[in-house]
Design a protein around this ligand. Sequence first.
Ligand code: SF4
Ligand code: SF4
Length: 430
Amino acid sequence: MALEDFRADALRCTRCTYCRWIPFDHVKSARFAKGCPSIEYGKFHSYSAGGRYVTALSLMDGRSRVTDKLRDSVFQCNMCGLCDVSCKICRYDMEPLAAMRELRFALVKQGHELPQAKPTLESLRKQFNMLQQPASERGQWARDLQVKDLAVEPARYAFHAGCRYSFDRDLGHVARTSIRILQDAGLDVGILGARESCCGGRAFNMGYRDELVARANQNLRAWRTAGVETVVTPCSDCYHAFKRIYPPESGVEVKVVHMVELIAELLSKGRLRFGKSVPMRVTYHDPCKLGRQGEPYVPWNGKEKKIFGQAVAYDPPRPRYSGAFGVYGPPRDVLRAIPGVELLEMERIREYAWCCGAGGGVYESYPEFARMTAHERLAEAEATGADALVSACPWCERNFVDATWSSGSRLQVLDIVTLAGRALGLEEEH
Ligand code: SF4
Ligand code: SF4
């Protein structure tokens, strides 16, 4: 697609600003009614989905030129997709998230990259990871584990750790615990180690489409060569890239599960049993890429039709990503199954969850904005009375951990795999 393909949407946008808020019938308090971190930080309409439609139209029609300020208004956004969910409540036929991504693709293609994003992209192209680390060290997190190397022996399951779990020393224990859980359940699992590549999803959301395609080709080729049937990942960004972006971009279907979905399935089949008590009050943060953006990709190749020159219809009907069918049940099922765990819900959950702040290149390019977004979520989590904020994505966890340091929050930040490992007696040392 191209930016021009979103012209009709941009013209249809009524500038109602509904995309700033969680849908009004889901508001539980004025304090936690906001939905869009970007406009909360930027304090101006351009820093919202509706505002970016105006920007796109203005650029397409040559009424604006790309200044530093305009570029910031486009990239200072988490690409969390809350606006997309809220907009569809009143304008079900619009795709603001896809339009904003296309606007980024256009700016990057025209050479208007963010200078602060360049080192990350350089690392992705040369070292195949987003953390500016040597590719040769990617498998180091698993060096003490007895796990199949997919380069030398086949396995039914490929465990994809992702960049953050591979290189972030504070979080690598989650990947190691994941392997122990999968092996305990008797699954035939292997890893690609140093041959694993970044999923490309974060670069895609930062405006770099070609980098996603290159990374997809590398991963798909490696899985095919290893005879893998299923890819399992504990990273929500990787999950989203494999499940939602790879099929349309690469033309290849991959069977993908998030680690938390697999744990829930193995529990329901009796292949895992939680035997240890974990007395703790927790609240669960729905990662954007596992929740509202975690809906499966539905192919559509139709036409937009104008009826009486005004109303719009799609032939055949176009799939609608409302966010309602993301992965919400399995994490909650897992938490409720752990003896001693009490789950306390925040006000904004499921498809209406407030973002962690790390997405869309914001963690790399606008750290202060990333921190503000996380502080807002920590405040909401603390209001539940929970001892710990639990998530299912290393990028959420990294940003939340950083934010607890800067805010002095008393909350522990944990991955759901850590809690499951604790209940199974399989938790790896931090
Ligand atoms: S993007 Fe949607 S919700 Fe936002 S102003 Fe436009 S029509 Fe309203
Ligand atoms: S993607 Fe998130 S941060 Fe960006 S405009 Fe939409 S709601 Fe705001």
